[in-house]
Design a protein around this ligand. Structure first.
Ligand code: XMP
Length: 524
């Protein structure tokens, strides 16, 4: 563990809320270094090693009124550092410190308004600094249970119609607890509340990308020593940033492997090879493995089996190439934090697996190479900031994300070479349209999806029976949530016409207007 040893550290104890990672994001925006760890892992020894300056207890799906529901390690409350409980965190904190929580008959989901209670001097509480300018705060609630009796030492300083104990504090011990979620955007001044809490804990905001870079470089050197490392490049921002970072750390010990799976976008292979071989002078193996991947996926239509097959093949290729570069012992990947949480469900607790991102959940259990994943704690926009810090060209840093499994997950159902060729052309026309209209940088990610349906059309005087394609474009900050991009009808009409005219095999175009959630960004 001992990440970022020279920084003030905040510990987030995860009870499995779907929005726990947003706590980390908000804190990072204030340049505070934090880590999220599942509650089961946080015991006295862990706390001693981590030495947090403050602790936040997250929300979670359980009810403290049920036997066997999660609890915070009691040592958290004797560390002598500020503690903030959020939602479930508030409830378990209250109960563990001697208060009472009842299963609610007043479940509350969505917007609510908190007002200060009539306690003397409550407005002087440092948690309130800069708040309640209009007399009340708009917050976002999501709870079934609620606190009904305070723990000794606590008092109520904020209430809402359905949560009479919306904000409770024991300032003498620096314990704070809120029923709502300050980490979500819908809690209008949520970031301010978190900042007030970290101010109380004495955080100075000492975590910057430049220092992250220096420490990541040291951590990579310490992890790999004199061993050789191979790094899988996908053409996306993440693996490129990981490669350049590792190159700075260990220079010639790194060889990059660009695996051409046959499922890349048009021109992608050439772009990546040119950037790394010519611009950076990083040794690069261009592995043309299209047949291996496409043949293995023949007849496979289940998305998880596709993803796992691709994950396994990547590792097979890397292991074969590792032997070629003279016994490489490490495999570097550009795994990000959202990849980790969406793919992993902590045993017995937190979040459910949504899909197996190929470089996390898609890995085979037995693998000879050890992993180096220097971006594992970062969000996408932080990776971009790190890329800039490392001097990667803006044209590369600003690229839309591209998933490791490539076009395979944009061809729902079984893939064939013919379908991939059609999809590649449609995608190129679509991206060309977006660039021509100056929209590329306003969009987080845009791509075409070739649907596994043929539809009837009429072109010239003839009947066509060709594939339908869907266009997807989303706005997002970190890929965790997303909304569809509001193109004009003119743009959509012009793009549909161009695709149908220029791409043989497609005779119908649709636009996907699903947000995430409930959809995901990719179709599989
Ligand atoms: P979803 O589809 O999960 O995608 O909403 C969120 C972001 O992650 C990308 N993505 C992946 N990236 N390996 C990757 O490196 C994967 O297996 C993978 N699956 C999805 C996706 O393109 C989007 O940016």
């Amino acid at each position: 563990m001992t990440h970022q040893p020279d920084h003030q550290r905040l510990l987030i104890v995860d009870f499995g809320s779907q929005v726990t990672q947003l706590i980390a994001r908000r804190l990072r925006e204030s340049r505070i270094y934090c880590e999220i760890h599942p509650f089961q892992k946080v015991d006295a020894a862990f706390l001693a090693a981590f030495a947090p300056r403050a602790v936040i207890l997250s929300g979670g799906p359980a009810s403290v009124t049920e036997t066997g529901s999660p609890r915070a390690a009691p040592e958290i409350f004797t560390l002598g550092v500020p503690v903030l409980g959020i939602c479930y965190g508030q409830q378990t904190m209250t109960q563990q410190l001697g208060g009472k929580v009842e299963a609610g008959h007043h479940a509350e989901f969505g917007r609510a308004f908190v007002t200060p209670t009539e306690t003397p001097n409550n407005m002087g509480d440092p948690l309130f600094a800069g708040l309640f300018a209009t007399g009340r705060e708009e917050v976002w609630m999501s709870h079934g249970d609620r606190v009904t009796a305070l723990a000794p030492g606590f008092s109520v300083i904020g209430e809402s119609p359905n949560a009479p104990f919306a904000i409770t504090t024991d300032p003498s011990r620096h314990f704070y607890a809120v029923q709502f979620h300050p980490e979500v955007h819908h809690t209008v001044n949520g970031a301010r509340i978190l900042r007030n809490f970290t101010d109380i804990a004495g955080f100075t905001g000492d975590w910057t990308m430049a220092t992250y870079k220096e420490q990541a470089i040291e951590a990579i050197r310490a992890q790999v020593g004199g061993a050789k490392v191979i790094c899988g490049l996908s053409g996306g921002v993440d693996s490129s940033v990981a490669a350049v970072l590792i190159h700075e750390a260990i220079g010639e010990q790194l060889t990059c492997v660009f695996v051409d799976t046959g499922m890349m976008r048009m021109g992608e292979a050439e772009e990546v090879v040119t950037l790394f071989r010519d611009h950076y002078n990083i040794p690069l193996i261009h592995a043309d493995e299209a047949d291996r991947f496409i043949d293995a996926l023949e007849g496979v239509s289940d998305p998880e089996i596709k993803r796992k097959t691709i994950g396994r093949l990547f590792i097979e290729v890397f292991e074969a190439r590792a032997a070629e570069v003279g016994d490489a012992r490490f495999l570097a990947q550009g795994t990000l934090y959202p990849d980790v949480i969406e793919s992993v469900s902590f045993t017995g607790g937190p979040s459910v697996t949504i899909k197996s991102h190929h470089n996390v959940g898609g890995l085979p259990e037995r693998m000879h190479l050890k992993l180096v994943e220097p971006l594992r704690e970062l969000f996408k926009d932080e990776v971009r900031a790190l890329g800039r810090e490392l001097g990667l060209p803006e044209s590369f840093v600003g690229r839309h994300p591209f998933p490791g499994p490539g076009l395979a997950i944009r061809c729902p159902g079984e893939i064939t070479r013919e379908k991939l060729a059609i999809l590649r052309k449609a995608d190129a026309v679509y991206l060309d349209q977006i660039r021509r209209h100056g929209l590329y940088d306003a969009i987080w990610q845009a791509f075409a999806v070739l649907l596994p349906v043929r539809t009837v059309g009429v072109m010239g005087d003839g009947r066509t029976y060709d594939y339908a394609c869907a266009l997807r474009a989303v706005t997002s900050v970190d890929g965790m949530t997303a909304d569809y991009y509001p193109f004009t009808h003119e743009f959509l009409g012009e793009t549909a016409t161009r695709i149908i005219n220029e791409v043989k095999g497609i005779n119908r175009v649709t636009y996907d207007i699903t947000s995430k959630p409930p959809g995901t960004i990719e179709w599989e």
